[in-house]
Design a protein around this ligand. Structure first.
Ligand SMILES: C[S@@+](CC[C@H](N)C(=O)[O-])C[C@H]1O[C@@H](n2cnc3c(N)ncnc32)[C@H](O)[C@@H]1O
Length: 280
């Protein structure tokens, strides 16, 4: 290991400056004892840019070096995801929400869904698969639009491509769905079919920035991302998401996440197991 990287843990001032930079840019908080994580994740970037230590990295970032900034963000985000994660949000979506949107009392011309930290796309594509399954079984009267966003440009490109290897396909996707909704490119690679892709628009959005251009949504999936933020950031995001929901719109968080400082804005729908939040 190079001297500079070995010293990250000891280099408290620069490590703090790096943690502050990351928090301001993405909301992600790194605790002081996680120097090993930073070391592992930025080692290759430092070598690529020939930066000898953390203080040089911070100087370069502060010069507004956009490609370096994006690479650091890509490296420091955690993109763990899988198909139909936790099941209950997807069961609720299929059994309760699509039938309501499809019914006579739903008056809007289109249904709008936001997958707000979509990572490599398994969340929005799982929702698209459910829309297509519902359409085949019952017919779909309404247009369902899924906006899928993430901060990391690298992971968003992967999501847009809709191409998955054997390992990611094996996490939560049944053989039936694989055969039905994916094209097999070669032995170990599958691509999401165009009829699923057509439900989804991908866009780069930083959850710390304004959502005012996004319009209003019937449901927001903001899952397994708030865990990386401080309580203040969480509550700021949830308050602003509440403003983006249609009346009685819904919010789905990760199974270990709660409403932080925004609990007065939502009521709970118990899905047994799991909770979905409804805007008051
Ligand atoms: C663990 S993944 C969650 C994926 C998916 N929602 C799920 O539950 O399976 C977290 C994602 O949040 C994204 N992320 C982190 N900070 C973000 C921010 N400030 N704005 C938007 N996305 C962010 C990361 O790039 C990553 O892809």
């Amino acid at each position: 290991m190079s001297k500079s990287l070995r010293n990250i843990a000891e280099d408290c001032i620069d490590f703090k400056a790096f943690r502050d930079y990351l928090k301001n840019a993405s909301g992600i908080t790194i605790t002081p004892n996680k120097a090993y994580l930073v070391t592992a994740r930025i080692r290759n970037i430092m070598a690529e840019y020939q930066l000898v230590d953390l203080s040089e990295l911070i100087k370069e970032l502060n010069k507004n070096n956009k490609s370096l900034h994006q690479k650091v963000i890509d490296a420091m985000t955690t993109n763990e995801t899988f198909w139909f994660r936790d099941e209950y949000p997807y069961q609720y979506f299929y059994k309760q929400l699509i039938p309501t949107w499809n019914g006579p009392d739903y008056k809007d011309s289109s249904v709008r869904v936001w997958s707000a930290a979509c990572s490599s796309g398994q969340e929005p594509y799982s929702l698209g698969i459910l829309c297509e399954e519902y359409k085949a079984q019952h017919g779909l009267r309404k247009r369902i639009e899924i906006l899928a966003t993430d901060l990391s440009s690298h992971i968003l490109d992967r999501a847009k491509s809709g191409v998955y290897d054997k390992l990611s396909i094996g996490r939560g996707l049944s053989d039936k769905r694989l055969q039905q909704f994916f094209l097999s490119d070669c032995e170990n690679q599958w691509t999401v079919r165009p009829e699923i892709k057509k439900y989804i628009q991908f866009r780069s959005i930083n959850l710390l920035e304004s959502y005012s251009s996004l319009g209003k949504f019937d449901i927001i999936f903001c899952r397994n991302v708030l865990i990386y933020f401080t309580k203040e950031t969480k509550s700021d995001i949830l308050i602003r998401m509440h403003r983006c929901l249609k009346p009685n719109g819904l919010l789905c968080l990760g199974s270990s996440e709660g409403l932080a400082g925004a609990s007065s804005l939502f009521s709970m729908i118990h899905c047994k197991p799991g909770i979905i939040y409804q805007a008051k």
